[in-house]
Design a protein around this ligand. Sequence first.
Ligand code: NAD
Ligand code: IPM
Ligand code: MN
Length: 368
Amino acid sequence: MTFNIVVLPGDGIGPEVTDEAVRVLEWFAQHRAIPLHLERRLFGSAAWTAEGSTMPDATWEAILAADALLFGATGSLDQTHIPPEERRKGSLLRIRKGLDVFANLRPVKAQPALAEASPFKARTVAGADLIFVRELTAGVYFGTPRGVETQADGTRRGVNTHSYTEAEIARAARFAFELARTRRGHVTSVDKANVMEAGRLWRDVVSEVHAAGYTDVTLEHMLADNCALQLGRAPTRFDVIVTDNLFGDLLSDCAGAINGSLGMLPSAALSAPDADGRRRALYEPVHGSAPDIAGKGIANPLGAILSAAMLLRWTAKAPAEADRLEKAVEAALASGARTADIAMPGEAVLSTRAMADAVISALEANAG
Ligand code: NAD
Ligand code: IPM
Ligand code: MN
């Protein structure tokens, strides 16, 4: 069998970092016999310009038929020339919802070589190894009613709805507990149960799922504002963090500081398994299109490359190869490879391409 991967480089630094993740995956196809077929498609603004639609029908069909998607970044500065309907059609949120990839895994592991790049003290981040299970297909990102309306007095009112059903919470919780069983057996569930009814329900349902089948895993509840603090103060206290769509977005960026840059963080978004145990999957770095550095060839490709490692683990079911790639990233960093975002003053700075070369050299060195 072959794993068919649709590659959507997207906007800004998306194509720059995705090119390197693709190069790394091609190395695994060639040297480790991982049966991958990669098919590149335009997405978003680039697709609008070249093909007259942000999401041509053929691209959407390819996405639905693929074993996985490798995504770069979305977010172009000026989309005002694209009609709103077309903007929605080609949105990342539509892809996430359409594939029902509700479980967004965002692992954060302190890299020993980057202790100095972190704004936190080395002794605070040493050994930090946590993973977010961010609920990705519900919450305030998708709740209705939404929109901007003009009120009777002529002034505007913006509305979004934070909504969670019991089923949406329960499946995220189950995913987190199952994942914790493969790790250190501890789940922190993060909400604002003190303020929001949907947060209260979140807490109750997570506790019910825990009591009904996962008492071998320890569960703690934490308020989201405190979690933002603890991620910087004591990140080693976390193992699995399960939280809603918006808090997961914010808190994973907070955790990006552990290694000094958002450019280091990968992610995988997974659906429930089908009858054959296959999950739909979307792999993407946590960062966005980074317009401030786009087009310069200086973006850190490691978040995208580590997302490729997650693809090897979850889609290609090749955990040893995923470990091999994660170790190669660690080795490249240990040998001093640095892009600008993680370099200390005076350290030599590599381009996006040269950083990926350093990872591929580390793979070659341990290919046996
Ligand atoms: P961003 O993640 O693009 O950038 C935040 C900061 O981190 C910037 O200073 C940027 O230079 C830096 N950074 C990010 N990735 C980096 C990398 N690989 N190497 C080095 N530095 C890196 O967030 P933003 O600036 O708030 O948003 C820009 C656009 O990206 C917006 O349109 C936003 O909606 C979009 N966005 C998309 C995604 C996604 O595609 N999943 C994620 C976040 C933001
Ligand atoms: C992310 C991004 C997205 C989100 C945006 C681009 C829709 O910030 O993937 O973290 O908010 O989920
Ligand atoms: Mn984000």
